[in-house]
Design a protein around this ligand. Structure first.
Ligand SMILES: *Cc1c(COP(=O)(O)O)cnc(C)c1O
Length: 809
């Protein structure tokens, strides 16, 4: 057990103030929104895209009384009963604690690094080893400088094996991760393209990743990814070379999966896995050799590998019956992932009422300590109702403040579902895999059709963080959520942005803003194209119009005067070259005079839009736009006599014209994972459009496929019909081989014309089966180029009949 004094010792700081030195610590907190157990927490004021010192007051209000901070000048006088420790660097401090905690454990610790596959290998090893070990695995995506510290800190005394992921994005980052994880078994999954991860060469990247293995007694990797394997790097290798320890002799795939034939110490062995794609085969081989290293018999390995399960999407947000939102997280259950899921439940502002359906935990060791934490965690939420499944949870019933229902089994709950009134609420369904709570979710969710767009809300958050890091100090951030957030969702996306404390949201029309308000979004919202007929709603729902012409200005002023409104927030749009909406320079003086004598309004911001911020051949024009904007904006501000926010940058402007970030920027397409500026940002892709194969046909040479006989077969072929057509937003120009889709990692072209609800693919060269999943846009940017459009059009064109499925992982 740690106390504030032991923390002080570990951090060996000489600058501190201890009001209560008996304060015990089990949780490390860096985000004041994510505090759950104030009694045992210490708050670290970490400086990342935001300065954690700003949130000390909030953390204090919530009850935290121990802080590790770095600002020398920070005044602690408002917090007389709190502990403060000053350190040079708070991130390093949290890492130092994790490293000390790690030293308490003398168990196998598997450290995984590599460009891809880390999470799958981690989760699969968990599936494979959990019968013998009490396995700890780092929560998904907790693999960064801070994430690793938090995951190592979560190691508990009863764990007998740990699997922890290490992710780096630039040189110099691995050393700190090594000190915290200090793996005894090191795994390198693979090595992707160097420039994608901020390294100048593959070798530099390899050298950096290898630092994780400093004290590892076993290092497992593939000779495919490591040049001069063996001669330079020692370890246990797999690959097709004579010298590999685990030598792959053959890999064959059929509809059921893949068979891997390998030689290990004179013995030839076959492993069958239920996957066909190359990445899964590689990840499975990595798991096999880990099991060999841990001393498992081949018969056991074979048996378990055969039963590997694909990773399911976690934390899916789905539309439920009776106007509910269902968060489906039915794959694992432990305190850490429950906390993450409850955070996500809390973000669902579209419902004021929230319920939780909770199964027993995955591992049987449900100690009183865990139970106490669970009770505190649940009582910290404003839950209307808690549904418990499994006797192991019954001990907490009386301690829970909400209404509690309890069942011995999932089947019992399902039988009782019709009697529980779930309506107008957000329901988190959280359970360990063996409880099969997905059956509960199926009952509560509205049925959706086979073509879906999957939206990764966590990726939006991650992209946001990257753009934030590009912003100069104190620059505000406005996110464009117009056109259903570029096709990615309404309140689902807005809730994430609000949780991440954005400054502004922007929609195109009043209706879009009204939808967000009805769903409980409270951030200020600007409306780009207001018109007279919607002023009523504008005011009722507190939306702020872009005022772009004298006509709309006068109309709005008149409207406000009639209802005697003063100081209504508005935004002035200047036209500096787009020639779309906005006051031109020669209309400016006139507009300013009107604004000056109109107490009805208050100008919150003035802005303009860059025409070609991403086009290097138009630099001069862009510079001129920025100059003209600044001049006019300054005149507006001095003419009004009060400060007005100035903004002109869109996504590519933020990157290419950092000097023009001014007071605020307007982030659009970058948030949704599309980087058009070619500057090495590591954006995560947000949306994936998926469909399925309805039928496969064998056809002979010279037969034709589809309307007007456009798809003429040049050879005997196999043709797959998939359930997406131009009515879903799959552009007709993508027919006849222009469009490419992906099936199990393999790219195939369209054939023939795209139909209204379907189209056909030529799958002659690949293995595919009816019912297989198809990724519709494996490369959105390229696809857009192929039909001479831009990714924006493809994204927003995906029809509303394509169901959106949201997940957060
Ligand atoms: C859509 C829009 C943006 C965002 O543009 P991106 O290129 O998607 O970043 C910014 N400002 C205005 C006025 C817009 O209409």
């Amino acid at each position: 057990m740690y106390t504030i004094t032991s923390v002080l010792q570990i951090l060996s700081s000489e600058h501190y103030f201890l009001a209560d030195d008996s304060w015990t610590i089990s949780e490390l907190v860096y985000d004041s929104r994510k505090i759950r157990d104030v009694k045992e927490s210490v708050f670290f004021a970490i400086k990342s895209s935001r300065d954690g010192h700003q949130f000390i007051a909030d953390a204090y209000d919530k009850g935290i009384r121990s802080f590790v901070i770095s600002d020398i000048g920070f005044s602690i006088s408002p917090y007389p009963d709190a502990n403060f420790i000053w350190v040079e660097d708070t991130l390093k401090a949290i890492q130092a604690l994790a490293a000390v905690h790690r030293k308490q454990f003398d168990i196998p610790v598997i450290g995984i690094t590599g460009s891809n596959g880390k999470t799958i290998v981690k989760e699969w090893l968990y599936q494979l080893l959990t019968a013998e070990y009490n396995v700890y695995q780092s929560p998904k995506s907790y693999n960064s400088q801070l994430g690793v510290a938090l995951s190592v800190w979560n190691l508990q005394a009863d764990h007998t094996l740990a699997i922890i992921e290490a992710g780096i994005s630039r040189p110099g980052e691995m050393e700190a991760l090594q000190q915290m994880i200090d793996p005894s078994i090191g795994i390198l999954t693979n090595l992707g393209t160097a420039h994608l991860e901020g390294f100048s060469s593959k070798n530099d990247k390899l050298i950096e990743k290898w630092k994780l293995f400093k004290h590892a007694t076993q290092i497992l990797f593939s000779s495919n990814y490591v040049p001069d394997a063996k001669s330079i790097r020692s370890g246990f290798t797999w690959g097709t070379n004579e010298s590999d320890d685990f030598r792959i002799l053959n890999i064959s795939t059929d509809h059921a999966g893949s068979k891997i034939t390998a030689r290990y110490q004179q013995e030839e062995i076959d492993f069958v896995i239920p996957f066909q794609d190359k990445a899964s085969v590689e990840n499975a081989i990595t798991c096999i050799i880990v099991m060999i290293q841990l001393g498992y018999d081949f018969s056991v390995i074979e048996q378990r590998i055969k039963g590997l399960k694909p990773l399911e999407m976690r934390l899916q947000l789905k539309k439920g019956k009776n106007n509910c939102s269902i968060i489906d997280d039915t794959y694992s259950n432990d305190l850490a992932s429950l906390q993450i899921a409850l955070d996500f439940l809390n973000q669902q502002n579209q419902h004021t009422q929230k319920s939780l359906i909770l199964s027993g935990f995955a591992d049987a060791k449900f100690t009183t300590k865990i139970m106490d934490k669970l009770i505190r965690l649940l009582n910290n939420q404003l839950l209307k109702r808690v549904v418990l499944i499994d006797r192991s949870l019954f001990g907490i019933i009386t301690a829970i403040n909400s209404e509690v229902l309890c069942y011995e089994s999932t089947a019992e709950l399902i039988a009782d579902l019709p009697r529980i009134d779930f309506s107008n609420e957000a329901i988190l369904i959280k359970g360990a895999r063996k409880f099969h709570l997905e059956e509960v979710s199926q009952q509560l969710v509205e049925k959706s059709h086979d073509t879906v767009m999957e939206i990764n809300l966590k990726a939006i958050e991650s992209n946001l963080i990257q753009y934030r890091s590009l912003l100069r100090k104190d620059v505000k951030l406005m996110a464009m959520v117009k056109a259903f957030s570029y096709g990615s969702g309404g309140f689902e996306v807005a809730n994430v942005l609000q949780f991440n404390k954005l400054d502004y949201l922007t929609v195109a029309f009043v209706d879009e803003g009204v939808e967000l308000r009805k769903a409980g979004v409270t951030l200020p919202i600007m409306v780009l194209s207001p018109h007279e007929g919607t002023f009523d709603d504008m005011i009722t729902y507190q939306l702020e119009p872009e005022i772009y012409s004298k006509r709309i200005l006068n109309a709005f002023l008149q409207f406000l005067a009639d209802i005697q409104f003063v100081d209504y927030p508005i935004h002035i749009k200047l036209d500096t070259g787009m020639h779309r909406l906005g006051f031109m320079a020669n209309e400016f003086d006139d507009a300013l005079i009107t604004l000056q004598k109109s107490p009805q309004i208050k100008v919150v911001s003035v802005f303009s839009h860059l025409v070609a911020s991403g086009d290097t051949t138009q630099k001069e024009f862009t510079a001129q736009q920025i100059q003209e904007f600044k001049t006019l904006a300054d005149r507006l501000e001095s003419g009004l006599g009060y400060p007005v926010l100035k903004h002109i940058c869109n996504t590519t402007g933020i990157v290419n014209w950092p000097d023009a970030q001014l007071d605020m920027v307007r982030l659009g397409i970058g948030l949704y994972g599309i980087d058009l500026s070619d500057n090495g940002l590591h954006l995560e892709s947000v949306s994936t459009l998926k469909t399925t194969i309805s039928q496969i046909k064998k056809l002979n040479k010279e037969e034709t496929v589809g309307y007007d006989r456009k798809g003429v077969l040049k050879r005997d072929s196999r043709i797959a019909t998939v359930k997406i057509g131009y009515a879903d937003g799959y552009d007709r120009r993508l027919g006849n081989g222009i469009g490419k889709m992906m099936i199990a990692g393999q790219i195939v072209p369209t054939i023939g014309n795209v139909c209204m609800d379907m189209c056909m693919l030529d799958i002659t060269d690949i293995t595919a089966h009816e019912g297989d999943e198809v990724i519709v846009f494996p490369d959105l940017i390229q696809t857009a180029k192929d039909i001479e459009t831009i990714p924006y059009e493809l994204l927003v064109g995906i029809s509303s009949r394509v169901k959106r499925v949201y997940f957060y992982e």
